[in-house]
Every structure is written in structure tokens, then in C-alpha cells.
Write a protein that binds this ligand. Structure first.
Ligand code: CA
Ligand code: CA
Length: 208
């Protein structure tokens, strides 16, 4: 599973820039458009991640992807009054769903996980979960007031040796008069994992 990090495929970004120029999106507003049910999962395979993702050395205190990499989720279409607009624009769009894989090399009685950088969340139904062996250990929604550090696992949470996935999915909704599907655009980064005694090995960082 953990064979390395995929490099950026620019196709996703280029196609979204093309969409940005379409007048269909002129009325999309992440704050004021009526919210509707998300469409079913497209079943897309993981294809790319932002480039280049720095490799990190295994340690018991790591930032997945390093300290400096920020990940832009969404579709690149935002109104200027959407949260954190100018900062989100500075980061290349890479997909609507991110999976951060890591492996805990031993049982640990205390593991902490936090997303220390998050900006641009306008909707209340962006999904976040921590999964291992098909079970969701944490399952929550990213909300507009999640602006600074977001605790995923608090101090004192025990985790077993094994592979884990932290998944973040941008919320979609139908916006404007033409029924265009819009995804909430926001950035996340500084995904900080600490364990009391076990080394943490970064796996792949995937986007869809
Ligand atoms: Ca959007
Ligand atoms: Ca947003």
C-alpha cells in the first residue's frame, strides 16, 4: 500500500480552470445558494496529489506531507465573499476528496491527531473520518467555524498497530439556476500526528 507518493496530474486542475471561465458558474455562491443533497459518489479512483509531496522520516511526531504543504479541496469555483477566498485561490486545486494514509508501527496507548491549518469552510457537511480496516474510528463534519486547529483524536486515545486513513471530502450542492454542482472550496494542512511510543510512517496522499 505504502509505495510512495504520486505526483500531480495537472489535468484535474486544468479542466477546473476551464470550468472557472464558464458563465454557468457566475451565480454560484458558496454561502447563499440553497443547499441540496449531495449526489452519489462518482466512484472515481485516487489519481493524484499536490506536487511535490515531501517525504517525511518515520517518527513519533510527524506532519503528513510536511509542515508547508496545503491541500485545496473543492472545484475551484468560489464567489469572492466565500470564506478565506484569497488564500484558498493561492493553492492549486487537486480534488474533492483527500485520503492521507499512515501506518502506526506499534500499539500506542496515546495518539493525538489534529489538522492545524484549515481555512475556507463555508458549509456544514464536509465529511471527515479516520478509518482502519474498514471501520470508522472518527466520523464528523467540517464546519464553517473550524478555522484554526481541529482536533481529530484527543490526548490519551489508544490506537493499535496498523494502517490508517484520514479522509476529507468536500461537500457538494446544486447551485444557481442551471443546476450546476458546486463543491465547497477550502484548504487543509499541517496534519499533525503524535504518538507516545510508536513510530508513524507516512503512506500515500491521494486525491479524487
Ligand atoms: Ca466551489
Ligand atoms: Ca469555501
Amino acid at each position: 500500500m505504502f509505495r510512495g507518493i504520486n505526483l500531480l496530474c495537472g489535468l484535474v486542475y486544468l479542466s477546473s480552470l476551464t470550468s472557472c471561465g464558464s458563465t454557468n458558474f457566475g451565480s454560484s455562491n458558496e454561502r447563499t445558494s440553497p443547499q441540496k443533497k449531495e449526489p452519489a459518489d462518482s466512484g472515481a479512483k485516487p489519481v493524484a496529489s499536490p506536487s511535490p509531496i515531501p517525504a517525511i522520516a518515520p517518527a513519533n511526531d510527524v506532519y503528513l506531507g510536511g509542515m508547508d504543504q496545503l491541500f485545496h479541496l473543492g472545484d475551484g469555483n468560489m464567489s469572492e465573499d466565500s470564506d478565506c477566498y484569497s488564500e484558498v485561490l493561492q493553492h492549486s486545486l487537486t480534488g474533492t476528496k483527500f485520503t492521507f494514509e499512515f501506518e502506526l508501527m506499534a500499539d500506542s496507548p496515546q495518539v493525538q491527531i489534529a489538522i492545524e491549518k484549515i481555512c475556507g469552510v463555508d458549509r456544514s457537511n464536509n465529511q471527515l473520518y479516520l478509518e482502519s480496516n474498514g471501520s470508522k474510528l472518527v466520523d464528523k463534519m467540517l464546519k464553517p467555524n473550524d478555522k484554526t486547529a481541529l482536533e481529530i483524536l484527543g490526548q490519551g486515545t489508544a490506537l493499535k498497530k496498523g494502517k490508517y486513513k484520514l479522509v476529507i471530502q468536500s461537500a457538494s450542492m446544486v447551485a444557481g439556476f442551471e443546476g450546476v454542482v458546486d463543491f465547497d472550496d477550502f484548504i487543509v494542512g499541517q496534519i499533525h500526528i503524535k504518538s507516545q511510543n510508536a513510530q508513524i510512517v507516512q503512506g500515500q496522499i491521494l486525491s479524487e
